[in-house]
Design a protein around this ligand. Structure first.
Ligand code: UDP
Ligand code: MG
Length: 431
């Protein structure tokens, strides 16, 4: 029997690479395949490079238009793969990203295994990983070896190095209600989650040869998001086209440039997509989490959730690590527009300002929405907190509840795996 292979290619704006991958599929020595190009709304430059290949009857292009605000709502390649899996007609399935190339005998070598060994349902091969700089010049490379039968393939195998029988798909769908998990927390590991599902039914059989090469570019989508949590921290200020915006209660609010001057560098750099999921709301005259005075420093207020919280004394301003350069002068009329909130003080009742860093034992916590949320150093760095964490006394820490830790997306996803099952190979992401 000649087995048909369905190759699923996910594509999004890789004009420098897309031709290579298409060529590498078309030139396969094994010819009984179909290629589903799942394009995620690439610019014309990429689409045009696909055109010459579309005359091949085995190739189908599925174009998607996605609103920028929705691009981060699911793991896009997993969403596209799920759609493709409803359209495939082959007995075998494999996956490829637009920055990967197959060796020309890849399909042949893999199909051979399925044809000669009916008990094998999944194969994977060694992969060469090449890091390139912005000029596409190679800066480093290594080989991810395929040398054992894997009962736990998560974190060991990239999705461009696998082929499996299509019949596993209905089993997976029945058990898990979907094929690939595309929830955003799986951003870096959607393939690993799928491997876990595949492993429930079969092991991965190795082919030691390197049958694909994948390129890691500085613009690679996942690279840019490596340390981002899914949500921007309340109060974050971002710049877009020369204007500044603050996140408040899940909305973006324009703020005046004076609140982000060179004294107080509070705008953070995030991939513009991260901010696109937030809708625009009315401008703020004074941004949240700003210390203001209207009487030359006799009284200080902290603007929080658009109320004003008075500091009990100047010593409280200092205790919570606000520096002179973070204190703004406003007019009495401006201050009067804000309703009075609770007082800020260290004692007798510990009543701290939100959006300050605290230290408890070995960990750093952000006080946000009146809870202490553990926050990891790489996120602290992105969100540009400039003060030293304020040391907490046991009674102070106990006074408030602990909130959900603020960690990069990839860490959230990791919590779902029983990592003791895997020999971690030092890989951070696998797509
Ligand atoms: N991708 C997509 N839509 C997006 C971003 C990425 O379909 O909005 C696809 C992309 O075409 C690629 C895969 O997701 O096939 C992985 O993206 P990328 O190579 O940028 O990330 P990496 O995991 O290599 O860092
Ligand atoms: Mg990539």
């Amino acid at each position: 029997m000649v087995m048909k292979v369905s190759v699923i290619l996910t594509s999004y704006n890789k004009p420098d690479f897309i031709e290579r991958v298409l060529k590498s599929v078309v030139e396969q020595t094994y010819q009984h395949w179909e290629l589903l190009i799942m394009d995620d709304g690439s610019e014309q430059e990429t689409i045009q490079k696909m055109q010459p290949y579309l005359v091949d009857k085995r190739i189908q292009l599925y174009s998607h238009q996605i609103h920028p605000a929705n691009r981060l709502k699911t793991v896009r390649y997993a969403t596209l793969i799920n759609e493709a899996l409803t359209r495939i007609t082959g007995e075998l399935v494999c996956y490829v990203t637009d920055d990967t190339v197959y060796r020309k005998d890849r399909l042949e070598k893999m199909v051979e295994v399925f044809q000669s060994k009916p008990h094998i349902d999944i194969v994977y091969s060694s992969q060469r990983v090449v890091h390139v700089n912005q000029h596409l010049v190679e800066t480093a490379s290594f080989v991810r070896e395929a040398d054992q039968v894997l009962e736990h393939a998560s974190f060991q195998v990239d999705h461009c190095s696998v082929m499996h029988r299509s019949r596993l798909l209905s089993l997976i769908h029945e058990k898990y209600g979907q094929y690939w998990a595309d929830e955003p927390k799986h951003w870096h590991h959607a393939d690993s989650v799928f491997w876990m599902r595949l492993n429930h039914f079969a092991a991965f059989f190795p082919l030691q040869e390197v049958l694909d090469t994948t390129y890691k570019t500085p613009q690679s989508f996942h690279h840019m998001f490596a340390s981002m949590p899914y949500d921007l921290i309340d109060g974050a200020v971002i710049e877009r086209e020369g204007a500044y915006y603050q996140i408040a209660h899940g909305y973006l609010h324009r703020i005046d440039r004076r609140w982000v001057n060179e004294k107080n560098r509070r705008a953070i750099r995030v991939p513009s997509l991260c901010a696109m999921k937030y809708e625009m709301n009315e401008p703020l005259t004074v941004p949240n989490y700003t210390v203001v005075t209207a009487d030359n420093g006799r009284t200080f207020y902290y603007i929080e959730h658009q109320t004003k919280r008075r500091f009990a004394s100047k010593r409280d301003v200092q205790y919570f690590q606000f520096h002179q350069k973070e204190i703004y002068t406003v007019t009495k009329e401006q201050l009067e527009t804000f309703e009075e909130g609770s007082i800020i003080q260290v004692s007798p009742i510990f009543s701290p300002p939100n959006r300050r860093l605290f230290k408890w034992k070995q960990d750093v916590y952000l006080f946000v929405h009146d809870t202490f949320c553990r926050i990891v150093p790489e996120v602290v760095k992105i969100f540009a907190f400039y003060h030293q964490p304020i040391k907490l006394q046991p009674s102070q820490f106990a006074f408030f509840q602990e909130g959900k830790p603020i960690v990069p997306l990839y860490m959230e996803s990791l919590q779902e795996f029983d990592l003791s099952l895997y020999q971690m190979s030092g890989r951070k992401h696998s797509s």
